[in-house]
Design a protein around this ligand. Structure first.
Ligand code: VG1
Ligand code: CO
Length: 543
């Protein structure tokens, strides 16, 4: 066997963001760019000789090329075995499931998630540790540091593996196993949910549309919803993974999943709609003419968890990212369980899940999950909702409205300002930071501000501290405005403004969300000087 050692030079800018390294495909196509990052990952790990690595991605353009390179580099690095999904495919939650089930040392996931794909689109890579979850900051920072010092990388000289044929293939002293990307995951889902009951729901005429958005959730949704649960053929739309997602922006929110939103409106609409993103870790839940916000979805799942077999014994705790609405906090208080508030990004939930301190986790960005894996999980959330509907025998809208009637409603919206010049975005955040001490305790317009700070998080399990995780303005009545810059974009900066207002159980739950939040929206734009600093009179995306 031949292991080649090739000289290389460091590339600036290989610091992983909220969820791995994401760049334009053209950046990844530069000679040695991917190789450098993969070598930096391997150089930052210890003790993997002879161990198993899991590799797979969301099938976007460049996925196959990258998988072949990673296989050869894993062989050169001394891994004993690589499990790779057929066609190079593994959804992010399925990769997490496979790592855990097969006791792998870790995994490499290729995805830029909800970002568009294709030759002009985005590509991404991230490393997950042996618990199946995204590497914590300590490791991602080590990978970055290493990427800046590299002078060479090692790769086996070997023919490409046939990724389209299940089986075992030797590669320079290592074994490559091409596995079915769906089966381990499908087995796990069947251990958590009442498939008989959901099957009976479909048999009774319940109708669903699941929009896979041309991305990797298609094979999972086809198998679970149509083959195993009996939803009629055609219930899953855009179900074939495509290298460019069929031109879709595979982001399951009302702004990008417009086809599905259209299908779910009107008297003849199906009962239930759902969509997932590029790597199938996000979910959007819809009823007929009804959109469930992700923050509400988390709260509803927590409140009803005991109705589902996998969570019958109740939850030890829940966790949400800081910008996510506080709807789930009210459920946790009612249930008498802990509620953790973490920085944005699933990696911050890993320790809480491993320590058994949280069972369900969620983010406002259409991410929901539990201790069954260590990633958020789109198809899991859909099955959870279907199980609830099958048990409660109510529509999506009724379930959510009854939730509000009991706990009150957290009106919630996120306003994104995309494509801002980096300097302007940094200046805007610095300006906000400079006002914090003056704002705390002041009344601005109609809003008495109780807390104004820059969110910092101390992990209760390992004590690690993360600073500057978003600027919070918390009003006396609990209403909140949060500002932060995206860590997943590949062009310029994206400002995210998160807005939340609480309306008690007895209050008005029928307002239009943007109307309900109008005062906070105006205040946010004024305090951050959004128009003056970015020239933008309105957000580019509202969810
Ligand atoms: C966004 C979301 C965050 C999510 C992350 C990865 O990050 O806000 O909640 O965890 O994407 O999701 P940011 O830094 O752009 O706000 V995914 O589905 O892109 O892996
Ligand atoms: Co994703």
């Amino acid at each position: 066997m031949t292991i080649q050692t090739l000289s290389t030079q460091a590339f600036a800018g290989q610091r992983p963001g909220t969820s791995g390294l994401r760049k334009k495909v053209t950046v990844f196509q530069q000679p040695h760019y991917l190789e450098n990052f993969v070598q930096a990952i391997f150089d930052s790990l210890e003790g993997f000789a002879g161990q198993t690595l899991v590799v797979g991605g969301d099938g976007r353009f460049h996925n196959r090329v990258a998988v072949q390179t990673i296989l050869k580099m894993a062989a050169a690095a001394g891994f004993g075995r690589v499990l790779v999904g057929k066609g190079g495919l593994l959804s992010t939650p399925a990769a997490s499931c496979v790592i855990r089930k097969h006791g792998a040392f870790g995994g490499i996931i290729l995805s830029a998630s909800h970002n568009p794909g294709g030759p002009d689109g985005d590509f991404g890579i991230k490393y997950n540790i042996g618990n199946g979850g995204p590497a914590p900051e300590k490791i991602t920072e080590a990978i970055y540091a290493r990427s800046q010092q590299l002078t060479e990388y090692r790769i086996a000289k070997a023919a490409d593996i046939n990724l389209d044929q299940l089986g075992q293939y030797p590669l320079a002293g290592m074994l490559v196993e091409v596995i079915d990307p769906v089966s381990d995951y499908a087995e796990l889902m069947q251990s958590l949910f009442d498939f008989d009951r959901i099957r009976a729901l479909f048999a009774s005429g319940f109708r669903l549309r699941f929009d896979a958005m041309g991305a990797v959730s298609g094979p999972y949704a086809h198998h679970l919803l149509e083959n195993l649960l009996g939803a009629p053929a055609g219930s899953v739309i855009n179900g074939t993974p495509l290298e460019d997602f069929g031109g879709h922006h595979p982001d399951p929110n009302p702004a990008h999943a417009t086809e599905l939103i259209g299908l779910l409106s009107g008297p003849d609409a199906p009962d239930f709609g759902a969509a997932s993103d590029g790597d199938a870790d996000r979910n959007m839940i819809l009823g007929r003419d009804f959109i469930v916000t992700p923050s509400d979805s988390l709260a509803v799942l927590a409140a009803n968890a005991k109705l589902v077999p996998g969570y019958r014994d109740g939850l030890t705790g829940v966790a949400r990212s800081m910008p996510t609405s506080t709807a789930v906090d009210r459920v946790a208080a009612d249930l008498g369980i802990a509620c953790f508030e973490t920085p944005t990004g699933w990696k911050f939930f890993g320790n809480l899940l491993d320590a058994g301190r949280a069972t369900l986790c969620g983010e406002e960005s259409y991410g929901t999950g539990s201790n069954h894996v260590r990633e958020k999980d789109g198809v899991w959330a859909v099955l959870f909702w279907l199980n609830l509907i099958a048990v409660r025998g109510q529509s999506v809208a009724t379930i959510v409205q009854e939730h509000w009637a009991r706990y009150g409603r957290n009106y919630y919206s996120r306003h994104d300002y995309e494509g801002i010049a980096t300097d302007a975005a940094d200046g805007l955040m610095a300006h906000l930071r400079s006002q914090l001490s003056a704002l705390a305790g002041q009344t601005v317009g109609d809003f008495p501000i109780a807390t104004a700070d820059d969110f910092a998080y101390t992990d209760p399990v390992d004590g690690s501290v993360s600073h500057k995780q978003g600027i919070r303005l918390i009003m006396q009545d609990g209403s909140r405005i949060v500002f932060r810059l995206s860590g997943t974009g590949t062009e310029g900066a994206t400002l995210r403004v998160y807005l939340e207002r609480y309306e008690p159980a007895s209050g008005n739950h029928q307002l239009d969300t943007q109307t309900a939040l109008a005062g906070l929206i105006t205040l946010a734009r004024r305090l951050a000087q959004i128009e003056e600093r970015t020239g933008m009179a309105a957000p580019t995306v509202v969810t």
